[in-house]
Design a protein around this ligand. Structure first.
Ligand SMILES: C[S@@+](CC[C@H](N)C(=O)[O-])C[C@H]1O[C@@H](n2cnc3c(N)ncnc32)[C@H](O)[C@@H]1O
Ligand SMILES: [Mg+2]
Length: 953
């Protein structure tokens, strides 16, 4: 059944890339050289006088025996390489689509490959398979020199790919390759022997002695056996997964040892799965080929039939490798590699097994990336790149798809130009979608990275991201189309990824959830899915889940469980912490980063047993995103830095504990007892307040910055200003917003010392002014816009006598004496008719940082609470109280013949502690002679024009 009648999308197998075709044709004879190229930046902002750092570009030259080509320049190395390969194909007249070999040619290639693998030449090569050939020479009797076909099928990717081209079903049934190999060997009956009833092949004539001697590796001297930890996964879900030890002697073949653990006499009846985990991993599942396993040993490869192995499916093992595993299985990390002739091996512990189990779920991926039982299963919100801890949602989603053998997710980004409606009132401004949205598709690793955003400057565009997940065979299975727009591509991708992860997570947490509920949740996450396809991709998890949870029903975290169990830490004099009932008001610290030391133990109080599971010296999380176990957010907001607390919680799903525990043998008996719980000991180390803008956004609606801008607009309209200078304009957010209001402004100017901010301002203004239509009567008709690089403590006569000057949230970024200097220069020399200056009201910090002040060390001296507050931003050199600001502004006004009025935004003048942003509005007194003298003398032009716009000319 498909949801909402949407047609299934059939995914066509992607054609070979140009590089892959070149590789097929020329192999190692194709030589790619990639060089970095610096090109002059195309910043889309004509006239910008600031040197732009441009991203590094790459050019690739490709050398082939018959020709050589050089690509154009690309942002990514791989694109340059593909382009060079494409140019070479064109030059050589090779048309990719007609390049497919015929089935007959493929059969011949398969036979030739098998022949080569059994050649003298191959024996001495370093190849994951040649080690098996050398080891097989240590086998006794009939087994001497005999190679299990399943080993060939998994160790030689070239052969695998040939079989895949001949029959795409190999992808879903990798063991089918064995039939092709056995068939090819049968065709080579003059030189190879295939043994009846066994899935093995050996040479008719043994390898010549000198070849054997030259191929063997120098034994390291020690004849000791290797002991390797592995895992036994019984087919029956009733039986527990257990560790086992493989003892491989230096004179034996490791696969024979595994065979014995599976109750077989030798490795020729063992089937081997594809590798699990990382591409380079040698972790595989080994299981017995069922007795019923009958191969069609037809030497006619074109007629090899698909076979099915009957027997009881090992759900857990099949879930890991994504192919049918029958009967008991051994999971081990052992094999030969491309790197050396030695056998490579690694212990595979029960902990590794459980890390693999949870690593296939969104909550597990997140937990593993944070390596902490304290981390939540998956945060509910992605706020900012700087505050997110652990793997990013997009990376987790890509990893999840790979784990489940799905295609990488496809992200389609739409950029939308947005402008606010033009009344300067405080009413809600509706987002208006201007003309058609631009679209772009990004494949999993192909963009939207932190540095790849198209519009980090805020040129007025926002982005939405559609996310699609395709299965390798079944087409589209999940589609997520969040409506809310984001400022950057990156954010839109991370948000969409987190939505999909959260939804899949709800399935993983409750795979028996009623379909209706899963569907409702999908709706809530802006997701459409294809239930049958989805379930066929993920349903094996039900069995694994069942096996792990069967005897701990409801072993999930419940909010109510933890607050009741909260108690003070015994024997810790410092800790007088207590909570009466659940308190979940964390809003005061939303966006803050909390850093804690913690340890988690598994305890059984009745028997005084306690096993430490994990501990960490430093663990950081963002408040308000549910990034940690539910009650911790509530608890830490009520703690002071340096305080400790101890609380207990129900045991989470067993696999999480086993994935965390180094030594499962000690904790297993505890874990199976119903009365144990998790005990957390947490010490609060540090609290870092959220950045100023986020704090303002969280507290004020509309955000304070917007309120400041609207305050300025009101004055601009009231005084009918035709020109404006914004002192310390930053990235031009005020200048940008002004353009959307019906003011009389004709000329706007910005001054700043930050080149980075000025570049952003230039790009944003350029894009906005060049697309603005004069016919739009609701907006200002700007004739001139200029950006200057200069310090506002210096005078520039070109900016003398403007109608209005603004200086919003700038002075506190200068040293106090400079702020005073600015005050004098602006009122004595620039002399705007009106000057608006805003700066934070320090007294208001106590409200913004309400919870965080508790996080600071209490000073028993008679310091007031206000004095304990930190500045709102680490870049602030000072923050003034109302009294300090009034005194500065009144003195200034008096000295320079201005009047001054005080006001503000955020909060109220009449309610303590006043406005959040305090504002002084200076008005010039009667013009004096000095004013005329200052006018455009050109003698004091300290500023450099960075960018200029004159009515589009
Ligand atoms: C917090 S930002 C405010 C930007 C802008 N006014 C706004 O409200 O969005 C402070 C700005 O002041 C600028 N600034 C600091 N000292 C300055 C100086 N002496 N001259 C010019 N700009 C300065 C900084 O470069 C920065 O862009
Ligand atoms: Mg500031």
């Amino acid at each position: 059944m498909e949801t909402k009648g949407s047609p299934a999308v059939v995914v066509k197998k992607p054609p070979l890339t140009p590089k892959a075709i070149i590789h097929q044709k020329f192999g190692s004879k194709a030589c790619y050289t990639v060089e970095e190229v610096q090109e002059s930046a195309q910043n889309g902002c004509p006239g910008l006088a600031i040197q732009q750092k441009c991203p590094c570009l790459y050019r690739c030259s490709l050398q082939l025996p018959e020709c050589s080509v050089v690509s154009g320049t690309f942002k990514k190395k791989k694109d340059a390489e593909q382009s060079a390969a494409e140019m070479a194909l064109e030059k050589l007249g090779i048309c990719p689509s007609t390049n497919d070999p015929s089935p007959k040619e493929l059969c011949d290639d398969i036979i030739a490959r098998v022949k080569y693998l059994f050649s003298n030449e191959f024996l001495s090569s370093v190849h994951p398979l040649s080690g098996h050939f050398r080891a097989a020479l240590k086998r006794d009797g009939d087994l001497y020199g005999s190679i299990p076909a399943s080993v060939i099928s998994v160790c030689d990717s070239k052969l695998c790919n040939l079989c895949k081209s001949l029959n795409p079903k190999v992808e879903s049934n990798p063991l089918l390759v064995i039939s092709y190999i056995m068939g090819a060997a049968a065709r080579l009956s003059g030189s190879l022997i295939t043994s009846e009833g066994h899935l093995s092949i050996r040479r008719q004539n043994p390898f010549p002695r000198e070849i054997i001697e030259s191929s063997v590796i120098e034994e390291s001297g020690s004849q000791e056996s290797i002991w390797i930890e592995a895992i036994h996964i019984p087919s029956s879900l009733e039986e527990a997964v257990k560790p086992l030890t493989l003892c491989v002697s230096t004179t034996g073949y490791y696969l024979d040892v595994i065979a014995q653990k599976l109750g077989l006499t030798d490795a020729n009846k063992v089937l081997v799965s594809r590798s699990i985990g990382k591409a380079s991993s040698e972790t595989r599942l080994y299981f017995a080929a069922p007795e019923s396993y009958r191969l069609d040993l037809s030497p006619d490869l074109l007629n090899v039939k698909e076979f099915h192995i009957d027997g009881s499916l090992n759900a857990r093992a099949s879930y890991f490798c994504g192919q049918d595993v029958i009967g008991d299985a051994v999971l081990a990390s052992i094999g030969y590699t491309w790197k050396s002739k030695d056998l490579s091996h690694e212990d595979f512990s029960l902990q590794s097994y459980y890390r693999m189990v949870i690593g296939k779920t969104p909550y597990g991926l997140y937990k593993l990336s944070r390596d902490a039982l304290l981390a939540s299963k998956l945060p509910s919100a992605f706020t900012t790149r700087t505050n997110w801890r652990g793997s990013y949602p997009r990376d987790m989603l890509c990893s999840l798809c790979r784990q489940h053998r799905l295609d990488d997710p496809v992200f389609s980004i739409s950029s939308i130009s947005i402008k606010a409606s033009s009344e300067p009132s405080r009413s809600h401004k509706k987002l208006k979608v201007a003309d058609s949205a631009e679209k772009e598709t990004i494949y999993a690793n192909g963009g939207g990275t932190a540095t790849d955003d198209v519009d980090p400057m805020g040129s007025g565009s926002t982005f939405t991201c559609k996310l699609e997940i395709f299965s390798k065979f079944r087409g589209l299975i999940i589609e997520c189309t969040p409506k809310n727009p984001f400022k950057t591509k990156y954010d839109s991708i991370q948000h969409a990824s987190l939505k999909v992860l959260s939804w899949i997570n709800s399935y993983f947490e409750n795979p028996y959830m009623h379909f209706e509920k899963l569907n409702r949740l999908a709706d809530a996450h802006d997701i459409r899915f294809y239930p049958q396809k989805f379930l066929s991709e993920f349903s094996l998890y039900q069995a694994v889940h069942n096996a792990e949870h069967g005897d701990t029903p409801g072993a999930q975290l419940r909010k109510s469980d933890c607050t009741n169990a909260l108690h003070t830490m015994p024997g810790n004099g410092d800790c007088t912490f207590n909570i009466e009932g659940p308190v979940y008001d964390t809003s005061a610290s939303i966006g803050s980063l909390f850093c804690v030391i913690y340890s988690v133990s598994l305890v059984k109080e009745s028997e005084n047993m306690k096993e430490l599971l994990e501990s960490s010296e430093e663990f950081e999380f963002e408040m308000g995103t549910e990034a940690v176990v539910p009650c911790l957010e509530a608890i830490v907001t009520q703690m002071s830095v340096g305080q400790s607390v101890c609380f207990t919680m129900d045991v989470p799903p067993r696999e999480l504990i086993l994935a965390a525990a180094d030594d499962s043998t000690r904790i297993l008996p505890l874990l199976y007892s119903k009365t144990c719980c998790l005990e957390y000991t947490v010490t609060l180390l540090q609290v870092t307040e959220p950045p100023e803008d986020r704090m303002e956004q969280a507290f004020f609606s509309p955000p304070l910055s917007k309120q400041r801008m609207e305050y300025a607009v009101q004055h601009i309209i009231e005084c009918c200003a035709t020109n404006l200078v914004d002192f310390g304009c930053g990235s031009g957010s005020l200048l940008d917003s002004l353009l959307d209001y019906p003011t009389a402004l004709e000329k706007i100017v910005g001054v700043d010392i930050s080149h980075k901010s000025l570049s952003r301002a230039a790009k944003m203004l350029h894009s906005k002014l060049s697309t603005k239509s004069d016919a739009d009567a609701s907006c200002a008709i700007i004739k001139s816009a200029v950006l200057y690089d200069g310090s506002i403590t210096d005078f520039d006569s070109r900016l003398h006598g403007f109608d209005i000057g603004t200086c919003l949230e700038v002075i506190e970024h200068m040293e106090e004496d400079q702020a005073c200097q600015f005050g004098d220069v602006v009122l004595s020399s620039f002399r705007p008719r009106i000057l608006i200056v805003s700066t934070p009201n320090y007294e208001f910090n106590v409200i913004l940082q309400k919870s965080n002040t508790a996080g600071q060390e209490e000073d028993p001296d008679e310091k007031t609470q206000t004095q304990c507050c930190k500045f709102r931003n680490h870049d602030h050199k000072f923050e003034w109280t109302r009294e300090q600001f009034n005194s500065w502004a009144s003195g200034l006004a008096e000295r320079h013949n201005y009047s001054v009025e005080f006001s503000g935004v955020g909060g109220s003048a009449d309610v303590e502690p006043g406005f959040a942003s305090q504002i002084a509005v200076f008005r010039r007194g009667v013009l004096s002679e000095v004013d005329d003298l200052r006018k455009d003398t050109g003698l004091a032009d300290h500023y450099k024009i960075i960018w200029e716009w004159n009515g589009g000319q």
